[in-house]
Design a protein around this ligand. Structure first.
Ligand SMILES: C[S@@+](CC[C@H](N)C(=O)[O-])C[C@H]1O[C@@H](n2cnc3c(N)ncnc32)[C@H](O)[C@@H]1O
Ligand code: SF4
Length: 340
C-alpha cells in the first residue's frame, strides 16, 4: 500500500517550480498522420513502433504512484493515440484509485471515442481534450493524413456527452494558409455548447514536421478576429501554470482560449513532466533526450519517487523562452512520443 502524498516531500526544480502535472503517453502509435506531428512520409506504417517496449499497466501504476508521492495531482493520458492502447479503461480504473490524483484527463483525436467513451467514464476518467483542426470533411481528412473522418469524431463527441463528459476542451492547431479560414466556423460551432475551444499556435516540436514560422498564426491575430465577431472578455487563469489564455464571450455563450506557445512562451510556471510509452522521462517538451525509468520502477514506487525527486530538483529547462536566442535549432523529442 502506498503512503499518502506528503506535500513536504514535494521537490522544486532549480527555477522553483513544483511537479504538479504529468503527461503520460500510453502508446506511441497513431491511426492519423497529422502533418505537424507525424507526417506519413517521415513516419510510415512500418516505422517500427515498439509494442513490446511499452510500459505494462503494473509499471504505469507504480510510476503514477511514485509521481503522486511528490505532489503530482493532475494526470493526463495521451499518445500517439491513447484509444489504440488495448484495455485502456482497465488502466484508467487503476489510476483513478491512486491517492492524490485529483484530475484524470485524456487527450485524443476522438476517432475511436464513440465505442470507448462510456467505459472510460465508468472507469473514472474525469475530463477529455479532443484535438480537432477543422470541421470541413475534406479538409479534416487531409489534415489527418487521409485517415480520419469528421463524422467519426462528431459521433465520438456525442457519445462522450451521453457518457457524462462536460466542458470538453477542443484543441485546434491553426496553420496559415491551411486551416486558418475555419477559425470562425469552429468558434461558431462550439459557442454555447458548454465546451471550450482553444486555438493553439503551430509549434516547432519534434524534428519531422518541417516547421515553418510563416505558418504560425499568432494568438493575438486570432483573438482580434474572434473579438471582432463576438466581443470577448479576459478571464483569470484557473491555476498557476495554465497554458491557455482564457476569454469569455461577452454575450454569455461560454469560453474560448488561446495557447501562444510560440509568440508568448510560458516556461516560468511549467510544472509538467512527460513520460513516453516506453518509460522515458522528459522534463521539457523540447528535450532532446529522456531519462529511462524502467529500472527505477522495478524498485517500487517509494524508491522510484526518491530518484525522481532528485532528478526534478536538477531541472532548469526553459526552452520556449530561450528559443529566440539560440543560434542553432536544437534536436527535440517527437510530439507523438510525448503526447503534447
Ligand atoms: C500529440 S497529440 C496526442 C494525442 C492525440 N493523438 C490527439 O491528437 O489528441 C496531442 C496534441 O499535440 C498537438 N500537436 C501535435 N503537434 C503539434 C504542433 N506541431 N504544434 C502544436 N500542437 C501540436 C495535437 O494537436 C494534439 O492536440
Ligand atoms: S496529433 Fe495526435 S492524432 Fe495527430 S498524428 Fe499526432 S498523435 Fe496522431
Amino acid at each position: 500500500m502506498s503512503a499518502l502524498p506528503n506535500p513536504a516531500q514535494a521537490p522544486l526544480d532549480r527555477l522553483g517550480r513544483p511537479l504538479h502535472d504529468l503527461r503520460l503517453s500510453v502508446i506511441e502509435a497513431c491511426n492519423f498522420r497529422c502533418g505537424y506531428c507525424m507526417p506519413a512520409d517521415r513516419v510510415p506504417d512500418d516505422y517500427g513502433f515498439d509494442q513490446a517496449g511499452r510500459l505494462s499497466f503494473d509499471e504505469i501504476e507504480t510510476l503514477v504512484r511514485g509521481f503522486a508521492r511528490l505532489g503530482m495531482h493532475k494526470l493526463r493520458l495521451t499518445g500517439g493515440e491513447p484509444l489504440l492502447r488495448k484495455g485502456l479503461p482497465a488502466l484508467v480504473a487503476r489510476l483513478a484509485k491512486v491517492a492524490g490524483i485529483e484530475d484524470l484527463a485524456m487527450t485524443t483525436n476522438a476517432s475511436l471515442l464513440a465505442r470507448h467513451a462510456q467505459a472510460l467514464r465508468d472507469a473514472g476518467l474525469q475530463r477529455l481534450t479532443i484535438s480537432l483542426d477543422a470541421l470541413d470533411p475534406a479538409l479534416f481528412r487531409t489534415l489527418s493524413g487521409g485517415r480520419g473522418e469528421i463524422d467519426d469524431v462528431l459521433a465520438g463527441i456525442a457519445a462522450a456527452e451521453r457518457a457524462g463528459f462536460s466542458a470538453i476542451k477542443f484543441n485546434c492547431v491553426v496553420q496559415r494558409g491551411i486551416n486558418d479560414h475555419e477559425v470562425e466556423r469552429m468558434a461558431a460551432h462550439f459557442r454555447g455548447t458548454g465546451h471550450v475551444l482553444r486555438f493553439i499556435e503551430y509549434m516547432d516540436v519534434g524534428t519531422c514536421n518541417g516547421w515553418d514560422r510563416a505558418r504560425v498564426v499568432p494568438s493575438r491575430e486570432l483573438h482580434a478576429r474572434i473579438d471582432a465577431r463576438w466581443p470577448l472578455r479576459a478571464l483569470d487563469a484557473n491555476y498557476r501554470g495554465e497554458v491557455a489564455e482564457r476569454h469569455a464571450f461577452a454575450d454569455g455563450a461560454g469560453e474560448i482560449g488561446f495557447i501562444s506557445s510560440v509568440t508568448a512562451p510560458f516556461c516560468g510556471d511549467c510544472q509538467r513532466a512527460r513520460v513516453s510509452a516506453d518509460g522515458s522521462l522528459y522534463t521539457c517538451l523540447f528535450s532532446g533526450s529522456g531519462q529511462p525509468l524502467r529500472s527505477w520502477l522495478a524498485e517500487g514506487d517509494a524508491a522510484f519517487s526518491t530518484r525522481l525527486a532528485e532528478l526534478w530538483s536538477r531541472r532548469a529547462d526553459r526552452y520556449s523562452e530561450l528559443r529566440g536566442r539560440l543560434s542553432a535549432p536544437r534536436k527535440h523529442v517527437e510530439m507523438f512520443l510525448v503526447g503534447g
